[in-house]
Design a protein around this ligand. Structure first.
Ligand code: SF4
Length: 340
């Protein structure tokens, strides 16, 4: 039977406490961490005796790669499976000379956003921190060992399946473990968490390391946003902005507002005016994401001209704006297209 607790959910301090409880040297935590996270062939392997002690208390399971889809643009989408037969999608996205891993935080999602393929699944379960970290390790190893790409360690976005702040405690633990200097050694600014506006979770963000924060805004009007993101009826924009304004940001940190541009719905002049009213005085950057259609979706992608026009309207209003190029839409790996 698989042990409930995973070695991958432990910080180095927790691992040290465990070793001390077994009368073992806490220095061994360094060897263990390097073996688990660095994929380092020169590292002295974990000795058999020590391994036996660890294996009595923890499982060492990583997700399995069930399928791989590759796009000509370099995007790689994995279906990753867990012990209970559930699976999620994880995406490696090339960006300049580096990759970003888009991690899932839940199997399915409870938020039911109307533009999102995952939202049609409902929530099956939350992922454990070890399962979140496991996706990263498996994807990074694939990049190096299968694709043979020795690039810098991929950045992370929590934008895969699930609302990360609906599973805030496990996501926070995953972030803390991934920041362990002798483990993956990720910096907080290498990680971006994107939320649909789950207010109870936003209120916890001041307990997180200073990672990048993104809000799926998609409309500056509550009535339209409610249609796109149903939780907006419980957590309207006024409350979300009040909570975001209370975040303790770094000096030059902006909150990124993702704006899924949908033909005829949120690409109008009045949308640009209202965005200026909402974001003009805030530390904000807008990311326009042209809608990615999926089977059965009711919305349309605007033409490239319309996307450019909307961007210009925002820039004229002195809003920091960029258009996010879509990667992996041909393999349903782009934003809002994931479904296991
Ligand atoms: S967009 Fe994100 S929050 Fe909304 S249903 Fe999809 S996965 Fe969930």
């Amino acid at each position: 039977m698989t042990l409930e607790k995973s070695i991958y959910e432990l910080s180095q301090e927790e691992l040290k406490s465990f070793l001390a409880s077994k009368d073992l040297s806490t220095d061994l935590s360094t060897t263990i961490f390097r073996n688990l996270y660095k994929n380092n062939k020169h590292e002295q392997p974990i000795g058999k005796k020590l391994l036996a002690v660890l294996e009595k208390s923890f499982n060492f399971d990583l997700p399995t790669i069930d399928t791989v889809s590759k796009s000509p643009d370099g995007t790689v989408k994995f279906l990753m499976g867990f012990n209970d037969g559930k699976s999620v999608e994880t995406v490696l996205i090339p960006f300049h000379k580096r990759f970003t891993v888009c991690l899932s935080s839940q199997v399915g999602c409870a938020m039911k956003c109307s533009f999102c393929y995952t939202g049609t699944m409902g929530l099956s379960r939350h992922l454990k921190s070890s399962e979140i970290i496991g996706q990263y390790i498996v994807a990074a190893n694939y990049l190096e060992n299968v694709l043979g790409l020795k690039t810098m360690a991929p950045n992370i976005v929590f934008m895969g399946q699930g609302e990360p702040l609906h599973n805030a405690d496990e996501v926070l633990n995953a972030i803390n473990v991934m920041m362990e200097p002798l483990g993956l050694g990720m910096g907080p600014r290498q990680m971006t968490l994107s939320t649909a506006g789950y207010l109870p979770g936003i209120k916890k963000l001041n307990n997180f390391p200073k990672i990048n924060i993104a809000l799926s805004l998609h409309s500056p009007f509550n009535d339209i946003r409610k249609e796109l993101i149903p939780i907006n009826q419980h957590f309207p924009l006024e409350d979300i902005f009040e909570a975001l304004d209370g975040l303790d940001l770094m000096k030059r940190q902006f909150i990124v507002y993702e704006y899924l541009l949908i033909d005829g719905l949120n690409d109008r002049l009045e949308d640009a005016d209202k965005l200026e009213e909402l974001l003009g005085e805030r530390k904000a950057a807008i990311n326009i994401i042209p809608f990615n259609p999926f089977p059965g979706s009711k919305y349309k992608r605007p033409s490239d001209e319309k996307v450019e026009l909307f961007k210009e309207m925002l820039v004229e209003r002195k809003l920091r704006t960029m258009i996010r190029t879509t990667k992996g839409s041909d393999i349903l790996a782009a934003c809002g297209q994931l479904k296991s």
